[in-house]
Ligand binder design. Sequence first.
Ligand code: KIV
Length: 286
Amino acid sequence: MVRKRTVKDILAMKHDDAGISMLTAYDASMARLLDESGVDILLVGDSLGMVVLGYDSTVPVTMDEMLHHARAVGRGTKQALVVGDMPFGSYQVGVREAVVNGVRFLKEAGCDAVKLEGGQEMGEVVRALTRAGVPVMGHLGLTPQTAGQLGGFKVQGRDLASARRLIADARALEEAGVFALVLECVPGELARIVTGAVAVPTIGIGAGADCDGQVLVTNDLLGLFDKFTPAFVKQYLNLAPQIREAVAAFRNEVAAGVFPAAEHTFGSKVDFASILQDDQEEGSNG
Ligand code: KIV
């Protein structure tokens, strides 16, 4: 019997020897494969915008797009905790709107929690969401929704002032009630310090080995998204060339009339040729 992971399970994993594994998922069939492989958390990331929807950034992603994909992931998941990523604009405008949108992830898409980007300035929103019964995962360091303000897709916390700010942000988010923190693109040593400074698990992406867990974009891990690959990504498979090869083989076989072969074609005991005969006879009689 598979047991669904809970927020409490993830919190408790801070003290486990085994690290927390988190991967992104955007559809039911991939979610099912990842879930069956035993991943602890499936994140319906707003990276959806770039790896699935073809946008240049995560900024244009809407609530409706996120909910549509989150519902599909929920249908494919039995045991992993499912976290819905709050898209840009869905939680920055006001606390009330943030709560309304956070609740939609749980009520309409069946998510177990939401994730949002930002530090101390998000304290009030995190407090309001958790008060409303919506568990929140924080996201610090490189926050793609506001990458422009951070000077682009760059490693964060490289000087003492910004490192201190990041530690203060982590503590403020913990205090506000997050159950876990994503640390994206920060030096490994700083991630280790943050991990020791908070009681909630840290989940790193480009943040070294000393976080309590690791997250990757599944399409990067599988080599499915080869527009660019960040330096911190480990590609466990390189599917893009294999897909191109398989599709070219299909196209060539269709062009050559090799596919479908007899084994891909339904047979029948009925003598369909008699229909043609009947038609011919009707034609000659009429
Ligand atoms: O949207 C996303 O995929 C993310 C991960 C990179 C953490 O936020």
